[in-house]
Write a protein that binds this ligand. Structure first.
Ligand code: UD1
Length: 416
């Protein structure tokens, strides 16, 4: 499964370029199947989740050609609306095949998706949306099948602004008959990127970035070229790496409006940063001030930045409180951080942190962002840290070890 060995305490200096956003790339790759001609997607991160989704759509009959971070997808040869079950289990985003193929062919089938083990991950809101549009949903032994003789636009209120449900319903509505209105929709930048792509394909979408999205179904979409937005979570992770270690990092290819909640908290902690058009410069050295954080849907503080930020707060001067409101099982990194000497108490959805000196230890990545947090902890800890089960990290961070080494970190990857 591979591991990273980190010798902590090295200052990070230099420049790092952020890859395209995984959580925008995945729905956009799926959405390219809606068109009747090829699309070219630029700045696609080379990650395990992307490889698995590409393999799923290839097995469905699409032609996929990848050259570095560019991917060409020709959907004209699609033969089946069913995702390979083995592959689909490996990533959560495989469920976007449901919205896409329901919209395009009126039927789709996949196994219930995998992804990070960060809590109960139901898809009831996705299915509620499909049903409201006239689809029949069958669940049998972990396999979901959705069919509709005629998919019709509808008014759908989401009980929670779920990113996945907003995307899946948008995908289904794109070629449905008539108007769909999604209320209490998620507003994440990745949803805006998907909507921009769909609009250039020929879709009629209004209101993305607000909590009411309106979509008028169209009959035909044609392939285009599209560049994926930068990954705000990867950018945030490197910003924290800069703040944690002594030195100065320029994080290139980040849209600062996408990382506003993190910037606001770093300012509150007294960390020096400068925003410019091409990126953000971070200076480490000062002991950060303790702050409180509550994770929320966008534009609130992102849950995916909770564990990396927790590592920074272990180094703060004073007591910090972190409240996780999005996922119920997102403190799994805490036990691992405690092995490294962190002083953290968990009470339900809250974590109380006191300042601590971290020392190297053998720790295990339990999910993607938990794994990133352990790498960050290893960078600031005294001595050697061994992070195991790094396949979780490689689902979402492109060459994180190589990027950190280029900044001066002492990190080595040991493959099995
Ligand atoms: C996406 C991101 C993930 C991020 C999350 C929240 C991808 C591939 N993943 O996940 O990194 O942590 O947004 O920003 O884009 N829920 C329901 N019913 C549903 C769907 C969701 O109750 O049908 C609940 C979930 O249990 C969770 C909350 O809604 O408590 C948020 O989930 P959602 O926004 O759907 O997250 P994902 O799209 O799975």
């Amino acid at each position: 499964m591979g591991k990273f060995i980190i010798n902590g305490g090295k200052p990070l200096n230099g420049e790092v370029t952020i890859s395209g956003a995984k959580n925008a790339a995945l729905p956009i790759i799926a959405a390219s199947l809606l068109a009747d001609s090829p699309s070219t997607l630029l700045d696609i991160p080379q990650l395990r989740d992307v490889k698995n989704l590409s393999a799923i759509i290839e097995k469905m009959g699409a032609k996929v050609q990848q050259e570095g971070s560019t991917i060409h997808i020709d959907p004209s040869s699609l033969t089946t609306p069913e995702a390979d079950h083995e592959l689909a289990r490996k990533l959560r985003a495989s469920y976007y095949i449901l919205g896409v193929m329901l919209s395009k062919w009126g039927r789709a089938r996949t196994t219930l998706p995998g992804g990070c083990n960060i809590g109960n991950r139901p898809i009831d809101l996705h299915l509620k949306g499909f049903k409201a549009m006239g689809a029949e949903v069958r669940l049998d032994h972990g396999v979901v099948e959705v069919t509709a003789d005629k998919l019709t636009g509808s008014q759908i209120y989401l009980d929670y602004p779920s990113v996945g449900a907003t995307i899946n319903i948008m995908l289904a509505a794109t070629m449905a008959d008539g108007k769909t209105i999604i209320e209490n929709a998620a507003r994440e930048p990745e949803i805006v990127d998907l909507a921009n792509f769909l609009t250039v394909l020929g879709a009629q979408i209004k209101g993305v970035g607000t909590d009411v999205i309106k979509i008028e179904g169209v009959d035909k979409l044609s392939g285009v070229e599209h560049r994926i937005i930068p990954d705000r979570i990867e950018a945030g992770t490197f910003m924290i790496a800069g703040a944690l270690t002594e030195g100065e990092i320029f994080v290139r290819n980040v849209l600062s409006e996408h990382v506003k909640p993190l910037i606001a908290k770093l300012h509150e902690m007294g960390i020096e940063l400068e925003e410019d058009i091409t990126g953000i410069r971070i200076k480490g050295s000062k002991i950060p001030k303790a702050v409180d954080i509550k994770t929320l849907p966008y534009p609130g503080f992102p849950t995916d930045m909770q564990s990396p930020t927790m590592v920074l707060l272990t180094q703060a001067d004073g007591t910090s409180l972190i409240i996780e409101t999005v996922w119920e099982n997102r403190f799994m990194h805490v036990d691992e951080l405690k092995r490294m000497g962190a002083n953290i108490k968990i009470d339900g959805h809250s974590a109380l942190l006191k300042p601590s000196r971290l020392t190297g230890a053998e720790v295990t990545a339990t999910d993607l962002r938990a794994g990133a947090a352990l790498i960050l902890a290893g960078l600031v800890a005294e001595g050697f840290t061994e992070v195991r089960d790094i396949y979780h990290i490689e689902r979402g961070y492109e060459e994180i070890d190589k990027k950190l080494r280029s900044l001066g970190a002492d990190i080595e990857k040991i493959s099995d």
